[in-house]
Design a protein around this ligand. Structure first.
Ligand code: NAD
Ligand code: WQD
Length: 337
């Protein structure tokens, strides 16, 4: 299939492009490089032998995006482009709504205009909010979101559902990711956020390479096995493969499906520290601090629907995730420059 990948130079997008190319799909990337580098394209070429066609374009620029639709004749869209920092979204809510909603609306309108009926959208477990108990099932619906970023994901889900109700040709798969971590085994692509990381795994990586002094563990008084927060970490290459399965599923079905992408297993912060220590062969200094506002104790997926509908099952475990995150940060301590 000829697939438009928005946000395709980003963390999850780049890994997905690699998996799509390896399955013989053609990818065209649109990204404004707000949170990624054009060098990712060279890295994709190093891994796959193919340098995908790239447009440095903002999806909010509808006319520019229309030209890209006109020139290409896409069969499908995988939509990753968006802002994703939870804390920042609380401070800059309008920027988040503008980017994640206006940009997405442009894209969906052009899909309709150019009769591109297959869509995979990056949603998040964050749409369950703090309303339900894990394992989280798709049928629970959407909970109370706790920040504007999460609300943009819930709103996109609703927009796609309404679009699908009105247009019976639409075939959309909304993937709710749990906690993506790790990197491609080559160490050529991966994630190193700008500035001080917010998320656990990139933060630990920075501690391990000496950029940060120690990890702050946000609370050890949760109702979990060791008191620290429990999450469903998924290897980014497994997640990328879920997109290949989802777009191929969309090729043969109509309607809108919402599907969790997680392993179904929860690990605590202390579990992750131990696994990373094993991967890097040294001790990771940490201190227990107060809870981070907005955090919940436990969040993990019920992954059955992905297996039933997409035939998708994760293959990599926590050791693979820590090994590959460590390999990437050692090779790219300052990110992909
Ligand atoms: P990322 O920031 O690495 O990738 C997003 C890409 O989109 C970046 O390359 C950025 O430059 C681009 N972009 C942003 N706004 C754009 C715009 N207006 N026009 C064109 N390009 C634009 O993030 P990621 O971790 O790869 O996440 C991909 C998607 O998955 C996002 O929608 C994110 O919200 C979602 N998601 C991520 C996680 C996670 O933990 N990483 C979890 C759940 C959902
Ligand atoms: C994991 C655990 C923290 C950092 C976020 C978004 C979510 C989704 C994935 C996009 C928690 C603890 C963390 C640190 C710590 N993104 N922690 N010290 O919060 O589960 O999910 O990323 O859709 O929307 O909210 O991920 O990696 O920040 O935290 O102790 O320095 O690690 O308290 O228990 P989270 P995380």
């Amino acid at each position: 299939m000829k697939i438009l990948v928005t946000g395709g130079t980003g963390y999850i997008g780049s890994h997905t492009v690699v998996e799509l190319l390896s399955k013989g799909h053609e990818c065209v990337i649109v990204d404004n490089l707000y949170n990624s580098s054009e060098k990712v394209l060279d890295r994709i070429k190093e891994i796959t032998g193919i340098r995908p066609l790239f447009y440095r374009t903002d999806i909010r620029d509808k006319e520019a995006l229309r030209e890209i639709f006109k020139e290409n004749g896409f069969e499908a869209v995988i939509h990753f482009a968006g802002l994703k920092a939870v804390g920042e979204s609380v401070v800059k809510p309008l920027e988040y709504y503008e980017n994640n909603i206006s940009g997405s609306l442009n894209l969906y309108e052009l899909m309709k205009e150019y009769k591109v009926n297959k869509l995979v959208f990056s949603s998040s477990a964050t749409v369950y909010g703090d309303s339900f108990k894990s394992p989280l099932k798709e049928e629970y619906g959407r909970g109370r979101t706790t920040n504007p970023y999460g609300t943009t994901k819930a709103m996109n889900e609703m927009i796609i559902e309404d679009y699908g109700k009105a247009d019976k040709d639409l075939s959309a798969v909304i993937l709710r990711y749990f906690n993506p971590v790790g990197a491609h085994k080559s160490g050529l692509i991966g994630e190193r956020p700008n500035g001080i990381p917010n998320n656990l795994m990139p933060y630990i990586s920075d501690v391990v390479v000496g950029k940060l002094d120690h990890l702050n563990v946000f609370g050890n008084d949760y109702d979990t096995k060791d008191g620290t927060g429990v999450r469903d970490y998924i290897h980014v290459v497994d997640l990328a493969k879920a997109h290949v399965a989802a777009i191929e599923y969309a090729d043969g079905h109509k309607g809108v499906e919402i599907i969790n992408v997680g392993t179904g297993t929860g690990y605590s912060v202390l579990d992750i520290i131990k696994a990373y220590e094993k991967a890097c062969g040294r001790e990771i200094p940490y201190v227990i601090t107060d809870r981070r506002p907005g955090d919940i104790a436990t969040c993990f997926a019920d992954p059955k629907k992905a297996e039933e509908l997409l035939g998708f099952k994760t293959e990599m475990d926590i050791e693979d995730m820590c090994r590959d995150a460590y390999n990437f940060i050692c090779k790219n301590p300052n990110g992909i420059e």
